[in-house]
Design a protein around this ligand. Structure first.
Ligand SMILES: *[C@@H]1O[C@H](CO)[C@@H](O)[C@H](O)[C@H]1NC(C)=O
Ligand SMILES: *[C@@H]1O[C@H](CO)[C@@H](O)[C@H](O)[C@H]1NC(C)=O
Ligand SMILES: *[C@@H]1O[C@H](CO)[C@@H](O)[C@H](O)[C@H]1NC(C)=O
Ligand SMILES: *[C@@H]1O[C@H](CO)[C@@H](O)[C@H](O)[C@H]1NC(C)=O
Ligand SMILES: *[C@@H]1O[C@H](CO)[C@@H](O)[C@H](O)[C@H]1NC(C)=O
Ligand SMILES: *[C@@H]1O[C@H](CO)[C@@H](O)[C@H](O)[C@H]1NC(C)=O
Ligand SMILES: *[C@@H]1O[C@H](CO)[C@@H](O)[C@H](O)[C@H]1NC(C)=O
Ligand SMILES: *[C@@H]1O[C@H](CO)[C@@H](O)[C@H](O)[C@H]1NC(C)=O
Ligand SMILES: *[C@@H]1O[C@H](CO)[C@@H](O)[C@H](O)[C@H]1NC(C)=O
Ligand SMILES: *[C@@H]1O[C@H](CO)[C@@H](O)[C@H](O)[C@H]1NC(C)=O
Ligand SMILES: *[C@@H]1O[C@H](CO)[C@@H](O)[C@H](O)[C@H]1NC(C)=O
Ligand SMILES: *[C@@H]1O[C@H](CO)[C@@H](O)[C@H](O)[C@H]1NC(C)=O
Length: 836
């Protein structure tokens, strides 16, 4: 018996030791990999560990040993039917093996494919051409670094957890730090345009798009909730009005999250959010509930800081009590209740968990007839921005009543004033109930609710109709008369309400809703066609107040009403002197119309090509137009809350007013692209001749607009079309000509020959051709941003001197030719450019 126990004991000891020895192999870390290597997500990856919480890692690279270290490889949790390719922190022993300590599980800090997990057997390839690609078992490429043409020499997992593709000079070609998910590790920076987006939940890795995000903007560090438009719940505005050069970013350092304007470190940060100093590995994560937490390894993973807590109370978190919920001290959650008349319009999503929020009992429709407001006093809202200031409470309510997307009118009186600030959110998150004795602010919320319609008259009478039909034809006729009269009254009232909506919408800078009849009258039954775009015709019109408009008919747009309205609201909210203003819209049956301000000199293409043009524009005028367009585009790319890539810049989309001020039109019709998704775009859009070469390998950034701008610029300077068969054959292609002239330093030959004024200013024009050449760089990363172009045009910056004059990739030549041939048939152009 005793022997047996000893044997048992030895055996279990052996098992334990054995367990450790299998994971402790090989004895060194393995942090780099060479090209032409592939790894399959199977047991063939030696460094597999099953953790007791159900998670499992299969490491590919591991850096360092003894303690918490970074590794990358496949990760799964729970049923393990799907896997991430991720960078995670694991515990290692002195032999460089991954171990499972008493507590502490792998912490994923970055992943390549959180929206597209792969299966057992998927492969990760570091191809011969230097691309890192993740291929699922069904053969589909789930994710790739798109670096095939960038002379990559190998893969490195750095000490601080950055996965890097480097070239022969050990310079970074691609790095995971440039594509953050929901975490920052120590030393990592979050730049302008980048954002952290949390996972859907602690067990669902999918990016929770449209709810929380952390972003650096040109004003500072902001956390947003919602997407339509986003509402800031945390703000750290530090950069002020400084529109100066220099990249803005935050960096996670030992002891702080620091905000910088200049990228030359070490320098004093412009602002610092303190964090407890690290005694071991730390990382920061934007949680599914909107908190930004810092974790540190202290024998297990502990939360050492909850960064927004310094400035936000628990009720300031937008989801503290869920959507439509009311949060009062101690995180007591309740639903809005109407006291007079006493009636329930909201119901808790889950009675047992009041913090999950409240649902409308009757969903809001766009029919303003049956809507009222629940008025709640001493309610404040977390958002830091308001829509209008100095309005009275009635105007605020009316604006909400007449805006279909508005969910509530949130109003706060100014001190000693009968007016105040008004905010009209299109999504309503948690509201705070404040104690007026503590918080001396006079604020109210008016929540829009839908009354249930009483059953319509007609259906009731129809039920009886069959039985008493013979004897009651008279009364049926009478009833019909009544219904007719009612419809007429309702119709009239609605039209009345609509005309009111317009004036209020105009005040708040939102696009108006027009009725079809109004547009019909304004355009004299769509009489005068201004042009035909890729997605429908444009008509001239005059509104009752005498202002002229251009009405664009978006035909066959098969979009649902809601997304159309949402898009129109966001486009309508964009105002800039160099962007054509959207004045309103109309949705009638399946037809959609956009109403723009009228631009009396039409589109730029009428003014630039020799032979076609109405008048030869002087150099000063052309210069002004170029600067205007650059400013408009810079605004779309860099200053809008949501970055907008135009995707179809061409002379036809640049409009001129009576004084030849240029404005960019048709922006935002292409899909609105989130700042963090700057490189996703799958189908080709735009117009041949103006398309950037990267459309062929689908790396689409705002630089495609810079390229198209370059083409337009060149056309304006040379006074001819990009592809012109009336020229001698070797000059058909403007880009080919540019390349030749650059190489032979004969740029003067390109300047518009039919304008004396241009010839007089030829040296300035040649400088401008260099700007165009910069914008037309084959490698999109070498092209300037539009704000840089603006600076060059304003003379505060110089054109990059090391330009590549090889504008076309030899492999592209054929395709480019084909494209230009197609350009000759107008049909193709319209197919590609719309409808969008
Ligand atoms: C990569 O290649 C170099 C040179 O051929 C070799 O020395 C090194 O061991 C290789 N590294 C790996 C991880 O295979
Ligand atoms: C992990 O669990 C899987 C499934 O139970 C098993 O096939 C595999 O051998 C385990 N791996 C290790 C290293 O224990
Ligand atoms: C794995 O999932 C469980 C819940 O199913 C969770 O508690 C645990 O934190 C997860 N582990 C990791 C490493 O994400
Ligand atoms: C990845 O590698 C596997 C195995 O070497 C191979 O079958 C597959 O075709 C490769 N995929 C790509 C995209 O290179
Ligand atoms: C890989 O990363 C390590 C640690 O960060 C660094 O020291 C090394 O220079 C890198 N190697 C290459 C080839 O970039
Ligand atoms: C490496 O650096 C040298 C000198 O700076 C440069 O000429 C070469 O093009 C670089 N190689 C790569 C692959 O970038
Ligand atoms: C994970 O979250 C996404 C986004 O919220 C959702 O679409 C998906 O259904 C969720 N997956 C699971 C397995 O719950
Ligand atoms: C920003 O500009 C406005 C008006 O131009 C000015 O009143 C304000 O003081 C400026 N703020 C900062 C921080 O410079
Ligand atoms: C952070 O700073 C503290 C104090 O300066 C130091 O003791 C600690 O080692 C640092 N931690 C890391 C991870 O660099
Ligand atoms: C931060 O605030 C939340 C409530 O909003 C609270 O639950 C949490 O404990 C706080 N975190 C820290 C580290 O104080
Ligand atoms: C508001 O009124 C009080 C008392 O009448 C006065 O002391 C205060 O200065 C006023 N505040 C403002 C902002 O006008
Ligand atoms: C809020 O301000 C309005 C207008 O100044 C006033 O009529 C109302 O009594 C105030 N309410 C509270 C609670 O102070």
């Amino acid at each position: 018996m005793r022997e047996l126990c000893i044997i048992c004991y030895c055996f279990s000891l052996f098992l334990i030791l054995n367990c450790y020895s299998t994971t402790a192999q090989p004895p060194f870390d393995y942090p780099t990999a060479n090209l032409s290597t592939s790894w399959a997500n199977t047991e063939s990856l030696r460094h597999s560990v099953n953790f007791t919480d159900g998670s499992r890692v299969r490491a590919i690279l591991l850096r360092g040993s003894f303690g918490p270290k970074f590794a990358c490889g496949f990760f799964c949790n729970g049923t393990c039917t799907s896997y991430l390719f991720a960078v995670f922190i694991v515990q290692t022993n002195s032999g460089g093996g991954i171990v499972q300590p008493a507590s502490g599980f792998p912490q994923v800090v970055w992943s390549a494919n959180r929206d597209h997990p792969v299966s057992y057997g998927a492969t990760l390839n570091l191809t011969e051409t230097g691309e890192l690609a993740l291929q699922d078992v069904d053969g589909s490429i789930v994710w790739t670094t798109n670096t095939a043409r960038k002379s990559v020499a190998g893969l490195n997992l750095t000490d601080d957890g950055n996965l890097v593709l480097f070239d022969a000079n050990s310079s970074v070609v691609w790095q995971s730090f440039d594509y953050p998910t929901d975490c920052l590790v120590q030393g990592q920076r979050l730049y302008l345009e980048q954002s952290l987006i949390p996972s859907a939940s602690s067990t669902n890795w999918t990016a929770q798009t449209g709810l929380f995000s952390l972003q650096v903007t040109d004003k500072g560090l902001f956390a947003y909730v919602g997407s339509n438009p986003p509402q800031a719940y945390y703000s750290r505005p530090v950069f002020g009005n400084d529109t100066n050069t220099g990249r803005r970013y935050v960096r996670f350092l030992n002891g702080s999250l620091s905000l910088f304007i200049l990228s030359v470190e070490p320098s004093e940060p412009d602002d610092v959010i303190p964090i407890p100093r690290a005694s071991s590995t730390q990382y920061m994560k934007l949680m599914p509930d909107g908190h930004l937490k810092v974790f540190e390894w202290k024998e297990s993973w502990l939360v050492v800081a909850d960064l927004f807590n310094n400035s936000l109370g628990e009720c300031n978190y937008p989801m503290a009590c869920g959507r439509n919920g009311i949060c009062s001290g101690n995180q007591q959650c309740s639903c809005p209740i109407s006291s007079s008349p006493r009636r329930d319009y909201f119901r808790a999503v889950n009675d047992l968990q009041p913090d999950m929020g409240c649902n409308e009992i009757t969903l809001l429709t766009c029919n303003t007839q049956d809507q009222t407001f629940i008025a709640l006093d001493n309610i404040m809202y977390f958002n830091t921005i308001t829509d209008t200031e100095r309005v009275d409470i009635e105007t605020c309510k009316k604006a909400c009543a007449n805006n279909c997307l508005c969910k509530a009118a949130l109003f706060e009186y100014g001190s000693n004033s009968s007016t105040g600030v008004c905010y009209l959110p299109s999504e309503l998150f948690t509201m705070m109930n404040v104690d007026p004795n503590v918080v001396h602010r006079n604020s109210s919320a008016f929540i829009k609710v839908q009354n249930v319609r009483s059953p319509p008259l007609a259906s009731k009478s129809q039920a009886n109709l069959g039985v008493i039909l013979p004897s009651t034809i008279g009364s049926v006729l009478f009833l019909l008369g009544v219904i007719g009269l009612l419809t007429y009254i309702i119709h009239k009232r609605r039209r009345h309400a609509q005309s009111k909506e317009e004036s209020i919408g105009e005040v708040l800078g939102m696009p108006n809703r027009f009725s079809y009849d109004e547009l019909k009258t304004a355009t004299n039954n769509f009489y005068k066609k201004l042009g035909e775009g890729g997605f429908g015709a444009v008509f001239e019109g005059t509104l009752e107040d005498g202002s002229k408009i251009a009405v664009k008919c978006l035909e066959g747009l098969g979009q649902v009403n809601k997304s159309f309205l949402a898009e129109v609201q966001s486009i309508g909210g964009i105002h800039h002197v160099n962007l054509v203003r959207l004045r309103g819209y109309c949705a009638w049956k399946s037809q959609r119309f956009l109403v723009y301000e009228f631009m009396s000199n039409g589109s730029l293409d009428r003014w630039i090509y020799h032979g076609d043009r109405e008048q030869v524009l002087e150099w000063e005028c052309r210069k002004k137009i170029i600067l205007d367009v650059a400013k408009g585009l810079a605004y779309l790319h860099e200053d809008c809350r949501q970055k907008i890539i135009h995707l179809d810049i061409k002379p036809q989309n640049i409009l001129l007013d009576g004084d030849f001020n240029a404005k960019v039109s048709d922006f935002g019709l292409s899909k609105l692209i989130d700042r963090n998704q700057s490189e996703v775009m799958t189908t080709m859009r735009g117009t041949p001749g103006y398309l950037a070469p990267e459309w062929l390998n689908s790396v689409i950034t705002e630089k495609v607009d810079v390229y198209s701008f370059g083409i337009v610029l060149l056309e304006m300077l040379c006074g001819r079309k990009n592809f012109d068969k009336s020229q001698p054959e070797e000059s058909w292609h403007l880009l080919g000509l540019l390349q030749k002239c650059c190489e032979q330093e004969m740029l003067l030959d390109m300047v518009d020959k039919y304008s004396e004024d241009m010839q007089t200013h030829s040296s300035e024009v040649v400088e401008m051709i260099k700007v165009a050449s910069w914008c037309l760089q084959y490698d999109y990363t070498k092209r300037p941003s539009m704000s840089t172009v603006v600076k060059v045009l304003e003379g505060v910056m110089k054109v990059e001197s090391r330009l590549d004059y090889n504008f076309t990739d030899p492999r592209m030549q054929n395709t480019a030719l084909v494209e230009h041939e197609k350009d000759m048939t107008p049909l193709m152009a319209s197919v590609l450019s719309g409808p969008r």
